[in-house]
Design a protein around this ligand. Structure first.
Ligand code: SAM
Length: 266
């Protein structure tokens, strides 16, 4: 449909080093930091591992913006499935946008080179069903990219155990997103199935023919964002996380609020 709408958004808002080539919209709200670095590393893995030529890409819970870089998006036929009518309506980059539930929706076997499920599994009560659908929809050697919050981080614990109104408040007040919580706008209600926890996800993947070829936990992009937007509030949170890290087992960093993984179908 209208893929060029995706391109170049990030370059308008990104702070820091010049970016080449043009970056996808998904990077637009990632201020410089570990999450942004990891997403760029993910793009490199996808470029190296995906076949040359046209790609069939399935964005599960695609929402209205893709995480793919323009060079991969440009040669992808993108199919989006999302459960939210507004998200489907607002999608500008998919070749096909389907209103549906990724836990139940099944495509023909071996239809796709790549499945992207980015910031979605935390919203699903049946992550196992969704993952098995993704695997079956992949061609052999195909890849699944998952981005998700880390339930074992401070932001993960707070998100998991706080009510939805608090998430809306945080988005509006701390993140400054005025439309937050309106129909079709994030934050979306979270569920946090046990498989969102990274070691459990890795074990489940291995048991179901999916090898984890990329895994990185990153500082939640909310921290650099807060330091920029609300320095006083950020200083308090930073002090709190430093104290927690000091008393928790060595090597723990409760700031690692998100992760990226790439699974490869054998
Ligand atoms: C936080 S948004 C992420 C959107 C997009 N992947 C991104 O990174 O910008 C979560 C998306 O998952 C969708 N979603 C939640 N549960 C779903 C389900 N069971 N099936 C399909 N989509 C779902 C929501 O409607 C929303 O568009």
């Amino acid at each position: 449909m209208n893929k060029p709408a995706m391109i170049d958004f990030a370059t308008a808002t990104a702070v820091g080093a010049p970016l080449a080539p043009a970056q996808p919209q998904a990077l637009h709200d990632l201020v410089p930091g570990e999450a942004r670095d990891s997403l760029l590393a993910v793009h490199d893995v996808l470029r190296r591992r995906l076949p040359l030529g046209p790609l069939a890409t399935y964005e599960a819970g695609g929402g209205s913006c893709s995480v793919l870089p323009p060079d991969l998006l440009g040669r992808s036929r993108v199919t989006v499935v999302d459960i939210d009518e507004d998200q489907v309506r607002n999608n500008t980059y998919a070749d096909e946008a389907i209103l549906g539930d990724v836990q139940a929706y099944s495509f023909g076997r071996e239809s796709f080179d790549l499945v992207i499920c980015y910031n979605v599994i935390e919203h699903l009560p049946h992550v196992d069903a969704a993952l098995l659908n993704f695997r079956d929809a992949l061609k052999p050697g195909g890849l699944i990219l998952i981005g998700a919050p880390n339930p074992r981080s401070l932001s993960g614990v707070v998100t998991k155990y706080s009510p939805h109104w608090f998430h809306v408040w945080f988005y509006r007040t701390i993140r400054g997103i005025r439309d937050a919580g309106l129909p079709g706008e994030p934050p979306f209600p979270t569920f946090f199935h046990p498989l969102v926890t990274l070691p459990k996800l890795q074990t489940f993947a291995a048991a179901n023919g999916l090898e984890m070829i990329y895994r990185r936990e990153v500082e939640s992009p909310r921290y650099p964002e807060m330091r920029r937007r609300k320095p006083l509030f950020a200083a308090l949170v930073d002090a709190g996380t430093a104290m927690l890290n000091a008393v928790l087992p060595r090597g723990t960093d409760v700031r690692r609020g998100d992760y990226h993984v790439i699974l490869r179908k054998s």
